[in-house]
Design a protein around this ligand. Structure first.
Ligand SMILES: [Zn+2]
Length: 535
């Protein structure tokens, strides 16, 4: 649908439509590229983002342009002013594709709003994934979202279901509740059980899941043959396996290195695309050797991708296998004090008590201390800047008084808590790695949060070919931010603070952040989903 045509008289009078833009801005821009179109369009665009520094990581465009949006798509990127029913002045701002987060566990409305302030326009739960997949998509569609959403099919949920007789609910609380059971983390699956686990996962893929979520690190005792069966399914269906690797340890055996070597072998043997989540938190101080392993595998053509988040602490349930046995040694000299519950460090006895009584409680664990150690900062940088890697948040659900914060709650309750990455991963990356320490140029920094994650998915998810780009024909998921001030604000003790610097966040053509303020009624987010092949 096109907007109503506007007469030249009306345009000349300037009465009907807003016309912004200055020749001065246009004249300093680069020579027109093939992306420059639209100046001659007669009818106004639904929305124009005017005079920003437009950057597209795929074509390399970096110049002052106006962006014309109609019916949720980008229809023009112009050196000359564009006519819009609404015009947002982006002078002095960077205008980029909306950020794509491959790793977002907080699939509730409050979590999505916090991520919108961080510039995220697509937040996907791929590492855990969910089951039943159709139930999760229907729940989110019913509630509505400001940003795009989607899920993988959860291998771990399928395993828990078969091992414990618990039926998954399509919610993350299923995973928390399962922490009280002890059978699924270390027992092998029989061939019959494996077949049933695979069938459950395949059903999720038939319901449109984006890949297979493999939380291997939470059930490190599962069999190699089961892992092989999961990778074979990924290869057969043609979707990636999104993996939290089996082990987290700097010492052998059962090291992080060994776990990533397993991913390499699965990719080699099956041809499956294997994605490794949070390279930072599973590699920790062994990243130099792990990076060499990964580069070697990639250089020989194996389809392995990865991501990291720019924090030295992780977040998980206190009952996780990661904190069992000789975990202190395996994490390179960690102590109970490196684990915090809502800002309060544990000691050995309070940790043991929490593991026993409240194993599903979310905690924060410092595995690197970049604030205290230059060496640790360097380890973190090696993961965050791994060549070709994406940035992804691992954003967590928000909780208040032990309960998840869900529904149309805004602002979040004052005591709402989550790892600060849930509100600040992308703005922190832009502040710290691009602006302050200048570890990557802006163009490359944006590439890691837009185009690279889109490409990881687009081989099996056609919708992603229209995301992560600021080009004519792309979905109008667009951010406009102030590079001089963009920053996270949340901390490990005070995480409930929205990021700053995002002036406009536009999703499918509709602003969800406008002049830095949430447009509360705006819920333009759409499902990212593969075609459903079963009923
Ligand atoms: Zn994880």
């Amino acid at each position: 649908m096109r907007g109503p045509a506007v007469s030249r008289a009306a345009r000349a009078a300037g009465a009907a439509w807003v016309l912004l833009g200055s020749l001065a801005a246009a004249s300093v821009a680069q020579a027109p590229s093939s992306a420059d179109t639209g100046a001659a369009v007669e009818s106004p665009f639904d929305l124009v983002v005017a005079n920003g520094r437009v950057i597209d990581p795929e074509t390399g465009l970096d110049g002052v342009r106006s962006v014309g949006i109609r019916d949720g798509r980008i229809e023009a990127i112009s050196l000359t002013p564009l006519l819009g029913k609404k015009v947002l002045d982006a002078s002095g701002l960077v205008v980029a594709p909306g950020f794509i987060d491959l790793h977002a566990h907080g699939q509730d409305l409050p979590a999505a709003r916090m991520q919108a302030f961080d510039g995220v326009t697509t937040a996907l739960e791929l590492e855990s994934g969910t089951l039943p997949v159709a139930v999760a998509y229907e729940r989110v569609a019913r509630e509505g979202r400001p940003i795009n959403y989607g899920f993988s099919a959860s291998w771990l949920f399928a395993r828990i279901a078969e091992k414990e007789g618990m039926e998954p609910t399509g919610a993350v609380t299923f995973f928390q509740d399962a922490q009280r059971r002890k059978g699924w983390q270390h027992t092998l699956a029989s061939p019959e059980e494996t077949a049933r686990i695979i069938a459950r996962v395949e059903r999720g893929l038939q319901e449109g899941a984006l890949g297979i979520g493999v939380l291997a690190g939470y059930a490190p005792g599962y069999g190699r043959k089961e892992a092989f069966a999961v990778a074979l399914l990924a290869a057969r269906v043609g979707v990636p396996a999104f993996t939290h690797v089996r082990y987290n340890s700097v010492i052998e055996p059962q090291s992080s290195f060994e776990a990533i070597a397993e991913i390499v072998s699965l990719a080699a043997a099956t041809g499956a695309r294997m994605h490794i989540h949070h390279l930072n938190s599973t590699s920790t101080r062994d990243i130099p050797r792990i990076a060499e392993l990964l580069r070697g595998a990639q250089g020989r053509g194996l389809r392995i991708t990865t991501e990291a988040y720019p924090y030295g602490a992780g977040s998980t349930v206190v009952g996780a296998e990661l904190f069992r046995g000789n975990w202190r040694e395996r994490l390179g000299g960690a102590t109970a004090g490196d684990i915090e519950l809502r800002g309060v460090p544990f000691n050995d006895s309070t940790l043991a008590e929490a593991q026993e009584k409240t194993p599903g409680e979310w905690i924060i664990a410092h595995y690197l201390r970049p604030d205290r150690s230059a060496a640790d900062q360097d380890y973190l940088d090696q993961s965050v800047l791994f060549p070709g890697g994406a940035i992804a948040s691992d954003a967590m659900p928000w909780t208040s008084k032990g309960q998840p914060v869900t529904g149309d709650a805004w602002p979040l309750p004052a005591d709402a808590f989550a790892h600060p990455r849930s509100a600040g991963t992308f703005t922190r990356f832009l502040r710290d790695y691009v602006r302050e320490r200048q570890k990557v140029p802006l163009q490359e920094g944006l590439r890691r949060i837009t185009l690279i994650p889109a490409r990881i998915l687009e081989g099996s998810v056609p919708q992603m070919k229209r995301k992560g780009r600021l080009q004519v024909g792309a979905d109008a998921d667009v951010v406009a931010f102030d590079l001089a001030t963009v920053s996270e604000r949340g901390t490990y003790t005070q995480p409930n603070q929205t990021a700053v610097g995002m002036r406009y966040v536009i999703v499918n053509g509709a602003p969800v952040i406008r002049d830095g303020v949430l447009v509360r009624e705006a819920l333009p987010g759409r499902a990212i989903r593969r075609p459903v092949t079963t009923r």
